[in-house]
Design a binder for this molecule. Sequence first.
Ligand code: COA
Length: 178
Amino acid sequence: MKGPILSGKRIKLQPIKLSDAPDFIRWFSDKEVAVYLLRQTPMTLSEEKKWIKKILRAKDKIIWSIFNEKGRLIGNTGLTIDAKNKAASFGIMIGEKGEWGKGYAGECLKIIGNFVFIKLKYNRLELEVYMKNKRALRVYEKAGFLLEGVKRQKLKNAITKKFEDAGIMSILSKEWKF
Ligand SMILES: CC(C)(COP(=O)(O)OP(=O)(O)OC[C@H]1O[C@@H](n2cnc3c(N)ncnc32)[C@H](O)[C@@H]1OP(=O)(O)O)[C@@H](O)C(=O)NCCC(=O)NCCS
């Protein structure tokens, strides 16, 4: 599904385009960026373009590209929508490592949370995260997400080749700081 353009103080979220694919595959091929992604398999350019077309056709998925205040493509973020239960699950990748630690993920989560709770009027936003991904855990805790539980060794990490723990986190509409 193609999402709306959303803007924050510094960043702008735009629906993904086929021309974004070369940056996406470059990020995926960087192990430091990809090690804690739920989708870790690097794609070829044509596979990545097929994936983008599939996402744009899907009724339950919205992916945006993230542009910073300089207009630079720095990552992507997305939602899987569960309309029946008024719930959505969230994912994010700041693919440009040089842009980590500048608060972009926190700002992105604020924009997406407002979209989910104000625009869609949904009840729940959830996510899954590698428990080793301390940077991501910090972003989610700061936004008010609660750790509901840990699924032990749920994820077979394609990069470390190990079974690793996955945290399930969520925030409800009534808890969201608008
Ligand atoms: C995880 C990720 C989204 C964070 O993006 P970001 O823009 O760097 O995040 P922010 O700058 O908004 O916040 C990072 C926070 O983590 C903190 N942090 C950085 N390294 C940390 C560490 N090793 N342990 C704990 N906290 C850490 C920062 O200090 C900051 O917190 P603060 O605002 O209280 O100072 C980004 O690193 C990324 O995309 N990584 C690769 C893909 C990925 O892991 N995606 C998440 C999948 S669930």
